[in-house]
Design a protein around this ligand. Sequence first.
Ligand code: C2E
Ligand code: CA
Ligand code: CA
Ligand code: CA
Length: 278
Amino acid sequence: AAQNIEAGFLFYSEEMNRRAKEHLRIESELRHAIGNDELALYYQPKVSLRSGRIVGAEALLRWRHPERGLMTPAVFIPVAEESGLILDLGAWVLEHACRQISAWRAAGLSMPPIAINLSARQFDAGLPARIAAVLERHGVQPEQLNLEITESLLVRGTEHVVAIMNELVAMGMSLALDDFGTGYSSLAYLKKFPISTLKIDRSFVIGLPFEENDCAIARAIVTMAQQLRQEIVAEGVETPEQMRFLRELGCDQLQGYLFSPPVPEADFAAMLHEGKRL
Ligand code: C2E
Ligand code: CA
Ligand code: CA
Ligand code: CA
């Protein structure tokens, strides 16, 4: 038995060692990627349940790795969060989203607001000024930009965070609370924050309309959000049955593979151009 335990420890530390090395490798490659044109934003439409039209989009980060191909954030965002590189990534995303919005407008496309994801680590007193500078440089109106934040920020929710949010909203941007229901915040507690949109997490959408618990959770979120006059977006919608259920609940917008996966900028521009109903 003693031998087994020893072997177990050995295995454990080798595994930890392997992970630490992998982590370091991703970190250094990511640092390189930011300055080396390996990052890209993909866009996923948000569709109005009333009109069937595209009324927004979420910009999602991709890494075109020279050897490993297209990588999704699950691989590198956690590393970036831990190492602090998320600040550089966040700045890159803001810059590129604004540049793209500006280019699309110049090309005559009528643009719905584009959402970017913000890490809690980006949320310091300098954030509003940093965003204002980028918007101005690209001639983009603040109303064109939506900011998706997560519950971890609210839980940390000091007066300080509320003040920064108020400043962003006063500038004309709107805030959406991402992955709603997976964290610790309650709807009552939401009143403290100037958030206009709730995004129901995909984990509750998956089971609709067959899992009773998911239905109950989705119903509760939508009902209470309506009372707080929040817009409601459901993420990860994959089936017509899920869409039907969410429509009956009174959800405002849907996002998911049923309509489109996140696509490269040219493909998204083509969708906007066609102006088709999804
Ligand atoms: P998220 O903000 O919850 O983004 C939604 C995720 O769900 C995206 O994964 C999207 O591709 C995926 N998705 C959308 N519709 C469906 C569907 O119908 N079915 C399934 N199975 N998945 C769907 P993605 O692009 O891999 O991004 C993962 C997470 O990485 C995001 O989750 C977000 O938390 C983070 N992330 C992405 N881009 C950024 C960024 O620029 N900055 C920061 N801080 N985080 C980002
Ligand atoms: Ca998001
Ligand atoms: Ca989300
Ligand atoms: Ca999610």
